[in-house]
Ligand binder design. Sequence first.
Ligand SMILES: C[S@@+](CC[C@H](N)C(=O)[O-])C[C@H]1O[C@@H](n2cnc3c(N)ncnc32)[C@H](O)[C@@H]1O
Length: 337
Amino acid sequence: MYSLMFHKFQIAEYFDGASGGAETSISIPKRDFFRVNIYENTKWHVRLLAYAARKKIESALTSARRAQPKPPFQGEVDRYLRYKGSGLMAQEDPLEEEAIEYLCSHGDDVMARHQTPPHLSEAIFEKDWRSLTTQQKCGRLVAERLSDTEVPVDTVANFGSQMDVISPFLAERFPNTEFVSVDFPEKLEENNTAVLPERENWTFESGYPLTLLQEGKISPDILFCTSTSVLFRTREFEAYLEALSETTNILIFNESWFPETFSSDFLSVTRPEDINPGEPYLGGEFSNYHHNYKHLLGKHGYEISLSRILSQPDKNYHTLQLVAYNTQLEKETDQHD
Ligand SMILES: C[S@@+](CC[C@H](N)C(=O)[O-])C[C@H]1O[C@@H](n2cnc3c(N)ncnc32)[C@H](O)[C@@H]1O
């Protein structure tokens, strides 16, 4: 048993800087592994026990007093269980009108609370990856791809941009490329430009990114997402990929990567390619979807060139970074040459 544990720890601490795309590399120091996979996972189990005990006491009291049932418990565990129990997790289609309307108005409120977003600076290229915030990691990853890609890039889109600290930074660094922030909130531009520097090559599109893409209102050469593709349901993600495969050469994901909620496996970090494609697991308090990116992207003509899991200091998740190239579009370009 001890040797099995020891072996698994070696995997968790394993360092494989240059991932060739075949398998996701994992580079997480022991302290970050302990915090996310053991401490946080244990916390979830304790919450589950407390939740079960509370439910039992509540139902005993209710039947004893013949009282009216109380409103359902609205904690994280309850939300998670309802989500998972709905059976819709892997099946849901793109968002319907009601959800879109909610995200449009709700997003404005959320952004109004983020008045002082952290800015990105040149320092992100000097620090080690671990020490960067999620958004800084994303900014650096996109900047590095923009610097070394041989594919022509006119437009770069950030889906689920919210308060987009990344695009103005990139827009200044790459003045000949257009950057577009895309998200639901109606006041997306107003809220962003109230606190972030304006750039001539930085614009905004408010609405459901999937619809804007399907209607041809946006057709980026590079798409990046941070803390956003983990909110896509499987069929919705597939709809995104189907539309993107017609226009977009490079996809870049920089996503929070949690252990599976209530997982009994405390000792390993799950690679995306090891997840059952039809059953993304849920993790984290917001029930993020953990997809098999390799399977979904491959199905739509994208080949992964980088896939790695890095640690995220002071957070209860790791960060998955993934870059994929559109093999279909490349072929078409080759044929025209
Ligand atoms: C957690 S926030 C991340 C915001 C920003 N990328 C950042 O890192 O600060 C997720 C964003 O995704 C957007 N979003 C939620 N569901 C989405 C969906 N199905 N398709 C596209 N965007 C979505 C939300 O409006 C929100 O702005």
